[in-house]
Design a protein around this ligand. Structure first.
Ligand SMILES: NC(=O)c1ccc[n+]([C@@H]2O[C@H](COP(=O)([O-])OP(=O)(O)OC[C@H]3O[C@@H](n4cnc5c(N)ncnc54)[C@H](O)[C@@H]3O)[C@@H](O)[C@H]2O)c1
Length: 256
């Protein structure tokens, strides 16, 4: 028995990092995975999941575009007839503070990290309502809770993740009566493609930079640490959990 047997899961940003780890773990736990991303390498990653015996398809999705969401949800309903779980994981980071960022930087980060989350919920919730419920997991960050090192000096990033934190609670309150649970996950420093793109080439190297922030060694987590949080919130094991901020940061924000 898998922990997600027969559940149809849409996950965004599934070509890399936490999204990829989530798609792999969900497939192992029996889900029918609709893995989405903007990049072409998604096809290869999903083929690997299928080769390992998983049930997964790859669909192109730009989370900031409503038409793109409509297409993905329509194809999912055509193929599987329902959506049980939505994981709004896709996100970008631009390391510019309030004074350095240009309006384009600001708009780009907000469009993907925040508007993308709202659009996903807007398109999927009506299908969950028809289906008698569902679980939505929104990826925020410790940047929604602390500043400084915690947001990697991204002003728009910090604002975008703060909005995801509060939007999650709004949705949790408004759709609880439809048995739709909505929770946010708040990763700390996690070694992924996003971090590699910033010029850090291993979990250990990342940990050395963040030493003293988290309580747990090696002071940086891995993508599967977050995928495990996604799995708990996606599964019926969390059936009485909604509006939760699940912080997965090695103890960073609990340190004053
Ligand atoms: N890595 C960290 O330390 C960290 C910490 C806190 C929060 N997060 C958040 O975790 C989530 C996953 O990040 P990650 O670290 O795995 O990064 P990643 O860069 O490895 O993966 C993000 C994925 O999102 C995709 N993406 C980018 N723009 C998109 C768009 N418009 N539409 C659809 N997909 C798009 C990318 O192609 C990529 O595959 C993000 O929301 C990120 O902000 C990361």
């Amino acid at each position: 028995m898998g922990r997600l047997d027969n559940k149809v899961v849409i996950i965004t940003g599934a070509a890399s990092g936490m999204g990829l780890a989530g798609a792999q773990l969900f497939a192992k736990e029996g889900a029918k995975v609709v893995a989405t991303d903007v990049v072409d390498v998604l096809e290869e990653r999903v083929q690997e999941i299928v080769n390992n015996g998983g049930d997964a398809i790859a669909l192109k999705l730009d989370v900031s575009k409503q038409e793109s969401w409509k297409e993905v949800v329509e194809k999912t309903i055509e193929k599987h007839g329902k959506v049980d779980v939505l994981v709004n994981n896709a996100g970008i980071h631009i390391a510019k503070g309030i004074l350095e960022a240009e309006l384009d930087d600001w708009n780009k980060v907000l469009a993907i990290n925040t508007t993308g989350v709202w659009l996903g919920m807007k398109e999927v919730i009506p299908h969950m309502q028809k289906n008698g419920g569902g679980s939505i997991v929104n990826t925020s960050s410790i940047a929604a809770i602390v500043g400084g090192f915690g947001d990697g000096n991204g002003a728009a990033y910090s604002a975008s993740k703060g909005a995801v934190r509060s939007l999650t609670k709004h949705a949790a309150q408004n759709f609880g009566e439809h048995n739709i649970r909505v929770n946010s996950v708040h990763p700390g420093a996690i070694y992924t493609g996003m971090v590699e793109a910033a010029g850090i080439h291993s979990q250990e190297e990342m940990g050395a930079i963040y030493e003293g922030r988290a309580a747990l060694k090696p002071y940086a987590g891995e993508a599967m640490d977050i995928a495990n949080a996604y799995l708990y919130l996606a599964s019926d094991e969390s059936k009485y959990v909604t509006g939760l901020e699940l912080v997965v940061d090695g103890g960073w924000v609990s340190r004053s």
